[in-house]
Design a protein around this ligand. Structure first.
Ligand SMILES: [Zn+2]
Ligand SMILES: [Zn+2]
Length: 332
């Protein structure tokens, strides 16, 4: 099968992913094989490829926003049939036995493994995954529209919930791309007023189109204080901008998997019971709930398609905010 393989981490400008022919994987007990139709390109993929975070081994096939068709079942799989259309998200497997798993915090599992990081992912014509981690995708969602929901959407959904935003509240989204443009639609559906801070003119106009009440850059002063903020951009300095933009008792949720250092700040900024919290991975429940909600709202991903062999170009476009909102690889 064709796959875009990472053998050595390097800047995306050096085209680190190479097209290779790999053997078709065989599903083991409890696993299914998914023939990949499309795979979303996530900022985390960029961090993996460029060496900001380190997978346990190389070579590796990245990609964790996979939509495809099940074409082979391992022993004992009862919940999925060949021909089912499924999505494969970031959380690949957990032990189910550690203290976190037992408390419903499987996103923090001590032995958590991740798609396209610990196991080969969807920048390829096929991958294998536990049947319990392959999620049915509603017929009302297109394959390319569903792909960005699987990480950008799910992590945005979790960040939105953990931002303690009241119904009809006001929320600020800082940094605007694959995740934020989906959260904006969710927030509007929930009756929230949404402010967006982003530098890119293209992203500013998309935010307006999707119903943002105010759009500016991180240096601008929004017209009113918000109840909550979500920081999507990986720049630690923005945490201070976010704290200044939320009211007393407000929450700032950090949705990125990496972030540059957060600068020192006067305690006054935090003292009036403002909360800063990170958001790490997501749970089974987050994925199921968000996929159902996205089909119901419906939430529409704004995507730019690239052929599989142009995965490097897709990563570069995302790195420089040149994509529409989400980049998706067309595999089959
Ligand atoms: Zn666990
Ligand atoms: Zn991701």
């Amino acid at each position: 099968m064709r796959a875009m393989v990472l053998r050595q981490q390097s800047p995306a400008e050096q085209y680190p992913l190479q097209l290779e022919d790999l053997p078709l994987p065989t599903p083991k007990k409890g696993e299914v094989r998914v023939r990949v139709l499309v795979c979303g390109v996530c900022r985390t993929d960029l961090h993996i490829v460029e060496g900001d975070i380190h997978p346990p081994r190389l070579p590796l096939v990245p990609g964790h926003q996979v939509v495809g068709i099940v074409d082979a079942l391992g022993d004992g799989v009862k919940d999925i049939r060949e021909g089912d259309r499924v999505g494969v998200p970031w959380l690949y497997s957990t032990d189910g036995t550690c203290s976190y798993c037992l408390r419903g915090q499987e996103n923090l599992c001590d032995a958590g493994r991740f798609t396209g990081f610990d196991a080969n992912g969807g920048y390829a014509e096929a991958l294998v995954v536990a049947s319990a981690r392959a999620y049915a995708i509603s017929k009302s969602l297109s394959e390319e529209g569903a792909a960005p929901l699987l990480c950008a959407g799910v992590i945005g959904y979790r960040a939105f919930r953990l931002s303690n935003i009241p119904r009809d509240g006001r929320i600020i989204l800082i940094g605007f791309g694959a995740s934020a443009h989906l959260v904006l639609q969710l927030a509007r559906h929930e009756g929230c007023e949404v402010y967006v801070m982003t530098r890119s003119a293209g992203h500013q106009s998309l935010a307006r189109e999707l119903g943002a009440a105010w759009v500016g850059s991180a240096e601008d002063q929004p017209p009113a204080l918000a109840d909550s903020a979500i920081v999507f951009a990986p720049a630690g300095g923005l945490v201070l901008n976010a704290l200044r933009a939320v009211r007393k008792g407000g929450t700032v949720a950090l949705a990125g998997i990496t972030m540059s250092d957060i600068p020192p700040m006067p305690y006054d900024l935090l003292y009036p019971e403002r909360i800063v919290r990170s958001v790490a991975n997501s749970t089974h429940r987050d994925v199921r709930e968000f996929l159902d909600l996205a089909a119901e709202v419906p939430i529409r991903a704004s995507v730019q398609m690239f052929p599989l062999e142009q995965a490097n170009e897709a990563l570069l476009a995302m790195k420089h905010s040149k994509t529409e909102a989400a980049a998706v690889l067309k595999v089959a």
